[in-house]
Design a protein around this ligand. Structure first.
Ligand code: SF4
Length: 490
């Protein structure tokens, strides 16, 4: 039997492999300058900032050390993005607000510099600094000074997307490589089943520990409970609404929800999500109207403190999502989870736990019910013929694989064996492309790979580390060359 840390030795080996691959690579830079912000939506940037994913310690624009002591709260009203923050700049601690923009120039273009509501800002955070389109300095790096309406300078921090857990992707967000056989398929064909499994195990372990590190960063910035609550919200938001759900869980953290009774928690989450308003009421069926009226009776008292300003409303993506994944049902599932929080926490594994905790978690999640949402897809839909699970089997698997196992395995490496037994999730476009590029269409190992969750995770990791970082249509990718070495070193 392998002991504790030995079980996860693959993670370190994959980390070394990655480092060696890129150290040996001759071409790592893309042929054209890239926008470091890419098209990352501002809501994602802000949610990741608030979660502490960019870190807490930075160098300010003048080289001064900047440390976030408290991330504060999301502002629901007009004004700076985050309020009641504490920031140490040099050796002085400042309390006030933080403004997070995609581009430093937004400070002026949005009129913050002339708006006294922004005089409380102690830190301006941004991704990019746009150069002026024409005139002097057009081709140079431009320095923007952030000044408030009283002409005081505000400290600045430029975020590095590469500081995100797992590093930033070189490609613009949302870009996907071509669906075709990759150059690495040739050396991979030479791998025995054992060699392939050692590579996939290592990549999966690396990914699992990275996910744990991200959860730890959120816990460090906020609390263990909040890290878990946000991660569950993201898992419920799935692909399309992941960061809208994260922002909702950040705006209404577990600590705040705990102070309320169950029906009020639900009303708070639906209200802050923007689903309790005249537009939704007018379009609703009679049963949904009764339900909305119950929510409204609780929401109106809390509305002033929690209703987002028009510019801060969450934007939910409905197109392309299956009806069971409609954001209204996802918010209902989050409310149900918040209302069963104690039972959920009790089901989590502890180092001394010998019981079948995944089974307990599965039972709890699939057993969640709701008088309205167990039979409706949306606030507009007619009742379904049969009751539907509030959290379906796919979401449960995702919660186990992406949230709970990363925590469990990092705390107790023996849990790795349980993680290995998780079945593969429903495939998605990234996974299909990764499998096609590494194995081609007719390699039976491709089908084998997607049957186990850990192998799927490994393929996604390799795809992110190499396919998304390649700018040469495989020609310059260092992965195939290094695979021979992996095979030889086992
Ligand atoms: S980019 Fe690299 S890892 Fe991706 S398919 Fe091509 S050779 Fe393989």
């Amino acid at each position: 039997m392998k002991g504790g840390a030995d079980r996860l030795a693959g993670a370190a080996r994959y980390a070394d492999f990655r480092a060696a691959v890129f150290a040996n690579a001759t071409l790592r830079e893309p042929p054209l300058p890239r926008d470091p912000a890419g098209p990352m939506p501002e809501i994602e940037m802000q949610a990741r900032w608030f979660a502490g994913e960019f870190g807490r310690k930075f160098l300010g624009a003048n080289g001064e050390p900047v440390e976030i002591v408290q991330f504060g709260h999301w502002n629901h009203a007009a004004g700076p993005d985050f309020t009641e923050c504490a920031v140490r700049i040099g050796d002085r601690r400042h309390t006030g607000a933080i403004e997070v923009d995609r581009d430093a120039a937004n400070w002026e273009s949005h009129g913050h510099g002339a708006n006294p509501a922004f005089d409380d800002v102690v830190l301006h955070v941004f991704f990019a600094k746009s150069p002026p389109a024409t005139g002097p300095g057009a081709a140079e790096e431009t320095r923007f000074f952030t000044r408030d309406s009283r002409h005081r300078a505000v400290a600045q921090v430029a975020l590095d997307p590469a500081a995100l857990a797992g590093g930033g992707e070189a490609r613009p967000f949302g870009w996907i490589p071509e669906a075709r056989l990759g150059r690495c398929a040739t050396p991979l064909r030479e791998f025995s089943g054992e060699a392939l499994d050692s590579l996939l195990t290592a990549a999966a372990q690396f990914r699992l520990l990275e996910k744990n590190a991200r959860l730890r960063a959120i816990a460090d910035a906020h609390s263990e409970d909040q890290a878990l609550f946000q991660a569950l919200a993201e898992a419920l938001g799935f692909r399309h609404n992941r960061f809208a759900m994260a922002a909702l869980a950040q705006r209404l953290p577990m600590k705040r929800l705990r102070r309320e009774e169950p029906d009020t928690r639900e009303a708070l989450l639906f209200g802050a999500a923007g689903f309790i308003d005249h537009e939704h009421y007018a379009a609703a069926e009679p049963e949904a109207r009764r339900y909305l009226k119950e929510l409204w009776d609780r929401w109106w008292r809390l509305r002033d403190a929690h209703e987002p300003d028009a510019e801060r409303r969450l934007h939910w993506r409905v197109a392309g999502a299956r009806p069971v994944n409609h954001p209204q049902r996802r918010v209902a599932a989050l409310a149900a989870l918040a209302n069963h929080w104690r039972a959920f926490r009790a089901a989590m594994p502890s180092p001394a736990d010998g019981g079948d905790w995944p089974k307990t978690v599965r039972r709890l999640l699939t057993g969640l019910e709701h008088p309205y949402w167990s039979t409706h897809y949306t606030l507009r839909s007619a009742p379904s013929a049969k009751p539907m699970a509030l959290v379906g089997k796919d979401r449960v698997l995702d919660i186990l694989g992406n949230v709970l196992f990363p925590l469990a395995v990092a705390a107790d490496p023996a849990q790795w064996e349980r993680f290995k037994a998780l079945p593969g999730a429903v495939s998605n476009e990234k996974l299909r492309r990764a499998t096609l590029r590494l194995f081609g269409e007719n390699d039976p190992r491709a089908a084998e790979c997607v049957k186990a969750y850990y192998r799927q995770q490994a393929l996604l990791q390799i795809y992110r580390d190499f396919c998304l970082e390649d700018f040469s249509e495989c020609a310059e990718c260092p992965f195939p060359g290094q695979l021979l070495q992996w095979n030889g070193e086992r």
